[in-house]
Design a protein around this ligand. Structure first.
Ligand SMILES: Nc1ncnc2c1ncn2[C@@H]1O[C@H](COP(=O)(O)OP(=O)(O)OP(=O)(O)O)[C@@H](O)[C@H]1O
Ligand SMILES: [Mg+2]
Length: 310
């Protein structure tokens, strides 16, 4: 937990990130969402141009500690939704509450932004300094976190993304996957209560993607609330909950093993089905008695069990 500093009031705001549950309980007396609700879209509507709504009557909650994956075709509203979580955008109708604070309340903007960390697709757009330690320190430094706490946060955040000891390395010498980890470290150094990844693995090769996903899973295992937008079904298979958007509406919402096997509906939404799922469904159609699987390892186990039972 972050130390409070008498001399840096802004650092105290960041310190409150780690105590967000208490904040949620206290922020909106009476009408507050359940204490463990971090994100709450209530009949929310948003339009960029005042004419066409990206979403309307959107209702979606994300409880503390959940690893949620957001899927949907191009233009379905995923990035717009993500930007509402850290108050970069605010609804035109209805309400969005984050940590129990209304995102339209200007007094809450700073608190929400410093506690809801957003990582975008292109790592090059997010690197701001040539030395890794300066890059990771950029966010918390701007929030007023003093030394030596600042350095401690940088060291801890780099360790969390598997880049311990990289403080003095040059950012331009990193691979795309490493740059994206540095971008995540920069967000983690701000001590966020929720991590939002908007296609953060899209520009990485399979190895970089797998490494980044491992980092996200480890952060989640340590208690981080994660909202991950991706087009990769194999990544969605590793989340706790999958929400599918179409035209700004939630069309599917459930556990990956329930959502990702709905092959026909997903294809109709221009979404792929995980390889293991495609194969297990094709095997079932051919009369092979295997359960629909979303993970390669599960299908492997099914096939091994089938073989040994014969
Ligand atoms: N800055 C903007 N100004 C006007 N319209 C926008 C803006 N950003 C997005 N839109 C529109 O809002 C809708 C939703 O876009 P959004 O970027 O949220 O979709 P997305 O699901 O993230 O798509 P993708 O998979 O391509 O990233 C689209 O019709 C898009 O054209
Ligand atoms: Mg997008």
């Amino acid at each position: 937990m972050t130390q409070r500093s008498e001399n840096a009031p802004e650092a105290a705001v960041i310190a409150e990130a780690a105590e967000a549950t208490e904040v949620v309980a206290a922020a909106v007396p009476g009408e507050a969402a359940a204490p463990d609700t971090f994100v709450d879209f209530r009949d929310a509507a948003f339009t960029y141009d005042g004419e066409r709504f990206v979403f309307r009557d959107l209702n979606l909650t994300v409880p503390q500690g959940q690893f949620l994956c957001l899927l949907g075709g191009n233009g379905s509203g995923k990035s717009t939704l993500a930007k509402h979580i850290n108050a970069l955008l605010v609804p035109d109708e209805g309400a969005v509450e984050v940590f129990g604070c209304d995102t339209r309340d200007a007094e809450s903007t700073y608190f929400i932004r410093s506690n809801a960390g957003l990582v975008f697709q292109n790592p090059d757009d997010q690197i701001v300094a040539s030395l890794i330690e300066n890059d990771v320190a950029f966010g918390p430094e701007n929030l007023g976190v003093p030394n030596p706490e600042l350095r401690e946060r940088v060291t801890r955040a780099l360790a969390e993304v598997g880049l311990q000891g990289f403080e003095k390395h040059e950012t331009n010498a990193l691979s795309g996957g490493q740059k994206q980890r540095v971008a995540i470290a920069g967000v983690l150094a701000m001590d966020p209560a929720i991590l939002i990844l908007d296609e953060a693995t899209a520009m990485l090769d399979p190895r970089g993607r797998a490494g980044l996903l491992r980092v996200v899973r480890e952060l989640h295992a340590a208690g981080m609330t994660v909202v991950m937008i991706t087009h990769y079904m194999e990544e969605a298979a590793q989340a706790e909950r999958v929400v599918v958007l179409d035209g700004g509406r939630v069309v599917l919402d459930g556990a990956p093993e329930d959502v990702l096997v709905r092959a026909d509906e997903l294809r109709a939404l221009s979404l792929e089905v995980p390889f293991a799922c495609r194969l297990s469904l094709a095997l079932r159609a051919a009369g092979v008695p295997v359960a629909p699987c979303i993970a390669d390892d599960d299908l492997k186990e099914e096939l091994c069990a089938l073989r040994s039972s014969r």
